[in-house]
Design a protein around this ligand. Structure first.
Ligand SMILES: [Zn+2]
Length: 321
């Protein structure tokens, strides 16, 4: 089995990342295709199998040399049956993904939530290597979370274990979240939140620098706010401090409950580096039970956009090994 390849798939609302990996999780080939959302779940699955075949053909191999396909999906999943409860960005509901993909592809398939596969990827080949108890957070448009206890993802009874982005961090008067509630961590620590706060400050004339960028470009990015903060714009610094405060607070709750050895933070916002991390650590230590804080490192993710496909491949690796 050791010579066989694994296909890792990371399905997003706009693109699907597909990689062919060695059995030990090294990416051999990878590609990215637009998600044919309008073609429905069957159309998306057909596209995935076609893309896997294409990568295999480039290696001069066929599906016979594939140990299986691992998949990360943007929504809650029953990982035992590979049933997707819902994936809003794909328009899927109650999709028997594992069953259909195995019929279509003729190889074993394993499925998990995409934040979980990203966490597994970091545990296997990234910043979480060697950690059996870790938490991975992805700061992007939203805030994704994956919790690993004793080397296993915590799924809970309905696949929503580890949804750290929707922990209520501000019980009254917080911003509206995509989940329909207010005050979720996601509404304070995501790129969307940093852009919202930065844009608000610019519109109110509190930051001439951000106001100028807003006028020139029509909108701000999280990077604009970080760059302004790094260069000493006090309003931008306050925006970043606020995001770091809520993130540190949210992570302290996670650490007090789970006592992870490592918290790995990835996603676009994490690219801000030490400027963000040092602030998050400070707030985290302030709010955590001292033994939980002392035993926990907060580190940047190292796999970038590859974490999802590598973690998806881990699903196959751990089943087949
Ligand atoms: Zn929410």
């Amino acid at each position: 089995m050791g010579q066989k390849k694994i296909a890792g798939v990371d399905i997003g609302g706009t693109s699907i990342k597909v990689a062919l990996l060695s059995f030990e999780g090294e990416i051999v080939r990878k590609t990215q295709v637009p998600t044919p959302v309008s073609a429905g779940e069957d159309g998306v699955m057909a596209k995935i199998v076609e893309t896997v075949d294409h990568l295999l053909a480039e290696e001069g191999q066929s599906r016979n040399e594939l140990a299986g396909i691992g998949m990360g999906v943007p929504g809650p999943v029953d990982e035992a049956t590979g049933h997707v409860y819902q994936a809003v960005n794909l328009g899927w509901r109650d999709t028997p993904l594992k069953q259909k993909m195995e019929q279509l592809g003729g190889v074993p398939v394993w499925v998990d939530n995409d934040a979980n596969t990203a966490a597994l990827g970091e545990m296997w080949r990234g910043a979480g290597q060697g950690a059996k108890n870790m938490v991975a957070i992805t700061l992007g448009t939203g805030v994704g979370g994956g919790v690993i206890v004793n080397g296993q993802i915590v799924h809970g009874v309905r696949g929503v274990g580890g949804e750290i982005g929707h922990v209520t961090i501000e019980p009254t008067g917080g911003p509206l979240c995509n989940c329909g509630r207010t005050g979720c961590l996601e509404t304070y620590a995501s790129a969307t939140a940093i852009i919202r706060e930065g844009t608000g400050a610019a519109a109110e004339g509190k930051s001439p620098r951000l106001a100028l960028l807003l006028k020139q470009n029509g909108s701000l990015t999280a990077k604009d706010v970080f760059d302004a903060a790094r260069e000493g714009d006090q309003v931008a610094v306050q925006v970043i401090d606020k995001a770091a405060f809520y993130l540190g607070l949210g992570l302290s709750h996670v650490a007090n409950i789970l006592n992870p050895g490592r918290i790995v933070i990835g996603g676009g916002v994490a690219a801000a580096g030490e400027f963000l991390f040092s602030r998050v650590r400070e707030h985290f230590q302030r709010f955590s039970f001292c033994h939980a804080a002392e035993s926990c490192e907060i580190v940047p993710a190292t796999l970038g956009n590859d974490a999802g496909v590598i973690g998806a491949a881990w699903l196959v690796h751990q089943q087949v090994e």
